[in-house]
Structures are given as C-alpha cells and as structure tokens.
Design a protein around this ligand. Structure first.
Ligand code: FAD
Ligand code: NAD
Length: 401
C-alpha cells in the first residue's frame, strides 16, 4: 500500500515545528513527508527588527533547513509555492508539482498596507531577511549621503506603527545610533527618529505600566512619538500624517511601515475562504470543508474563548505545530483521537534593544534586565525545541546581559 504523503509548505515557526515533530513521531515506513520552502534557510522572524536596524547580522537569524531537519525522513524541496489546488490535492510550485494526502499550510505573514497610497513604493517593511537587509542598507546609504548633500531629511527615519514590531525596531535603532553617527560623521542633533501611531497609545492593549516604561525609555534615547496620528500617504519626500483632521508632512528619506501584517495572499488566491490571508480553522487546525488541509502560524485564524482571534505570533505558531503533528500522526495511523488545539498563552515580552525590555510572563509584569533575560530564554527555548542544545549553542542568544 502507498504511504500517505504529507506536504508542509512554508518553513516558518509553524512549518518547522510541525516537521521536526512529525519526523520524531512517524517512522519512514509510515509516511512520505515533504517540506517546501522558497529559501534554503529558515529565519526567525522574531529577530528581523534586529537585522533591519543592523544590531544583528542576518546570518545569525537564518538557519540552513537541511541542517535542522532529518533528511533521511523528510524530503526538503526548495521552491516557491505558486498555487494550491485543494480539489486536486496538488501544490503547484515554480518548478514542478507535488501531490498530497495531507497538506499543512504555513506560508506566514506579509506586510499589510491597507491600501494607503504610496506605501508599497516608498516605505520599507520588516517582513523577511531580504526586506530587513534592504531597510538597513537603505538607511545607511541615506546617512552616507548626508556628508555631501547636507539635507536634513536624509537623517530622518519615520516608523509607522508603535505596535510590537515598531517598538522593538525602535529599541534596536536607538542602540545602533551612536555607532552610525560615528561611522558616517553625522551631527547627532540632526538625526531624527519619529514614531507615528494612529491609536491613542503605543502598544495598544498592553499593560499601561509596561507601555509607560517602553515609551519613556525610547523618548530618553531620542525617539519622538506622534500618538493618535495616522499615516495617510507615503510620498518620495516622506509621509503625510493626520491628527484630528489636521494634515502634516514629515520629510524623511527612510520610512518604515510596521503598522500591520496579514497572512500570505497566496492562501486566498488559491480559493480558500480567508480573512486577510488567514483561514478560520476548526478545533483541530483544519480548513473548514477540507479535512486534509491544516493551517499553522499566521495562516491560521484561531479564536479564543472570549470570541476574539488570538494575535498571530511565533508562540502560538509553535504550539499549533505540536497539535498538527499529533493530529497527522493519528490520521496516518488511522487510530486514536484528534486533539483539539488549546492555546496556552505564556505571556508577551517586548524588547527595547538587546539590553532592556518589558513584558508580562505567567501573569507577572517584568521590566528592564529581567524582561530582557526572559526574552532571550524564550528565543533559546525555541531553538532548543527545533534542534536541541547544539542549535542553541550555535545560534542562540547566550549573552544574557
Ligand atoms: P513565518 O515565520 O512568516 O514563515 C513563513 C515561511 O514561509 C518563510 O520561511 C517564508 O520564506 C516561506 N514562504 C512564504 N511564501 C512562500 C511561498 N510562496 N513558497 C514557499 N515558501 C514560502 N511573535 C512572538 O511570538 N514573539 C515575538 O517576540 C515576535 N517578534 C516579532 C518581531 C518581528 C520584527 C516580527 C515581524 C514578528 C514578530 N512576531 C513575534 C510574530 C512572528 O514572527 C510571526 O507570528 C511568525 O513568524 C509566524 O510564523 P509562521 O510559521 O506563520 O511563518
Ligand atoms: P500590529 O498590528 O500589532 O501593530 C500595528 C500598529 O500600527 C498598531 O498599534 C496600529 O494602531 C498602528 N497603525 C495601524 N495603521 C496605522 C496608520 N495608518 N498610521 C499609524 N499607525 C497605524 O502589528 P505588528 O506590531 O507588526 O505585530 C504583528 C504581530 O506580530 C502581532 O500579532 C504581534 O503580537 C506580533 N509581534 C509580537 C512581538 C512580541 O511578542 N515581542 C513582536 C513583534 C510582533
């Protein structure tokens, strides 16, 4: 009898954890497992703001997939998914096709610009290794031009959105600034870092004491916050923003859009019913009406008991990967019960550079070095789950203070 074919598309947090759990749970005789990813590497999206600010080299953030998975059990295909034909149980790749009995979609997130004019053309996002590297290079190029051109806007960086991505990026950027000022012979007082946030507060929904700590930490390091101010348009010169119907132009050579994400558009382009690229899953993490298609990570829309969707995070993606691997094992073996997914929220830590952070972990508020220490523990734990202690030693954050 032919072995069931499991295809996992996307090697993000969800796809990688599903794969390494499956290779542990199933023997080679039980299933053919294929992992597809557009790059030969997996990257930790949760470190991309560091790559974008230039405080961490992107090679630290990415891992060679073949070195992490067991290639005697999992067939890795480096290719781009271009279509998913669920009726035919086929995945169309840039250079071929794969048939599946069970599919796991973990194609992750992309930047969501909500149709705001000019953002796609004039703003940078922090969405993957290449976009983070491009942002870092662009900003440094703008800084390098200042010496000859002396235009103030070359030294202005505007960050759209004071959500977790925006705040974590700012934390890295302010730490990097003294080095950049020295490297590019810049007058420090001319460097402007502005954060524009539409909501009435930074980090909407977070604990007020943590927000206050984060904002005052960043203000002390030179960030200008424009709270309650919405980005309306990006232009070649900078941004048009509005507060209480009053429009203003902020001239800036570097504009960072960190104000929204959505699931990969390929999900809805493939005919699945989705909300901004995220499919509302059943209790077992499957697409409604498709018992053979599982969603993991930012591709999945999971509702909590209060009827609100959980925010898309690496934390939930990892836990979903565990549940999906268990459920696939049940289906492949044809025995046992499928396990419903239940999110165990351990908390959230927001870094403010490598040496400071704020967070709430197991219900306890953490500030400063304690939060920063915890953030590194969380990062290292993921690497441990993925590849054991050796991967932690190779790629982990071992400089705790
Ligand atoms: P992703 O990590 O998005 O990976 C998707 C994978 O699919 C990638 O390897 C990509 O190359 C591949 N792919 C995409 N399209 C194709 C295609 N067409 N064909 C083949 N392969 C494809 N969450 C937390 O819990 N804690 C944090 O501290 C945290 N920090 C963050 C910091 C930043 C700067 C950002 C941007 C996000 C952060 N998040 C954090 C959120 C977290 O990164 C995401 O929720 C998480 O990455 C989602 O994982 P995923 O498995 O859905 O896929
Ligand atoms: P987000 O949607 O959480 O935050 C975007 C922010 O941009 C919001 O504060 C929003 O009010 C603001 N905004 C939206 N439109 C705007 C406009 N036109 N002008 C100005 N401001 C505008 O997005 P994110 O911060 O990229 O986070 C994405 C996901 O990743 C979330 O689920 C988040 O929890 C997760 N994440 C977690 C961490 C962490 O745990 N440390 C870090 C980064 C991201």
């Amino acid at each position: 009898m032919r072995k069931p074919r499991i295809v996992i598309v996307g090697a993000g947090y969800g796809g990688m954890i599903t794969t390494v759990r499956l290779q542990k749970l199933l023997s080679v005789n039980e299933a053919d497992i294929t992992l597809v990813n557009n790059n030969s590497y997996h990257y930790q999206s949760t470190w991309l703001h560091e790559n974008a600010a230039g405080t961490l080299h992107h090679d630290k953030t990415r891992l060679n997939i073949r070195e992490v998975i067991d290639t005697s059990k999992v067939n890795f295909v480096q290719d781009t998914v271009v279509d998913i034909r669920s009726k035919e149980k086929r995945v169309v790749l840039g250079n071929g096709e794969l048939e599946y009995d069970y599919l796991v979609i973990g194609l992750g997130f992309e930047s969501e610009t909500f149709g705001i004019k000019g953002l796609k053309e004039h703003a940078f996002s922090i969405s993957n290794i290449n976009s983070a590297r491009q942002l870092r290079d662009h900003m440094e190029y703008m800084f390098s031009r200042y010496a000859t051109e002396k235009r103030d806007e070359l030294l202005t960086v505007v960050v759209g959105g004071a959500g977790f991505t925006g705040i974590e990026y700012l934390g890295e950027l302010v730490n990097r600034m003294p080095e950049l000022v020295k490297e590019y012979d810049l007058p420090r007082e001319k460097v402007r870092i502005v954060c524009v946030e539409a909501a009435p507060t930074a980090l909407p929904g977070f604990d007020p004491a943590l927000i206050e700590y984060a904002v005052s930490h960043l203000e002390k390091k030179g960030v200008e916050f424009r709270i309650g101010t919405a980005i309306k348009e990006a232009t070649p010169e900078g941004l048009i923003v509005a507060k209480d119907d009053k429009m203003e132009e902020i001239k800036a050579a570097t504009v960072v859009w960190a104000a929204g994400v959505r699931g990969n558009a390929l999900v809805e382009q493939s005919g699945f019913e989705a909300m901004r690229g995220r499919i509302k899953v059943d209790e077992f993490m499957r697409a409604p009406g498709h018992d053979d298609v599982f969603l993991v990570g930012d591709a999945a829309l999971v509702f909590g008991p209060e009827g609100r969707p959980y925010p898309p995070t690496a934390q939930i993606a990892i836990q979903e990967g565990y549940t999906i691997a268990k459920n696939l094992t049940v289906l492949v073996r044809g025995k046992g019960e499928l396990e419903p997914f239940a999110f165990d929220n351990k908390g959230t830590v927001c870094s403010l550079g490598h040496d400071d952070a704020v967070g709430i972990v197991f219900g306890k508020l953490l500030f400063g070095w304690k939060a920063s220490f915890m953030k590194k523990v969380i990062d290292n734990r993921y690497l441990f789950l993925l590849g054991g202690p050796l991967l932690v030693l190779k790629k982990g954050k071992l400089n705790f203070f």
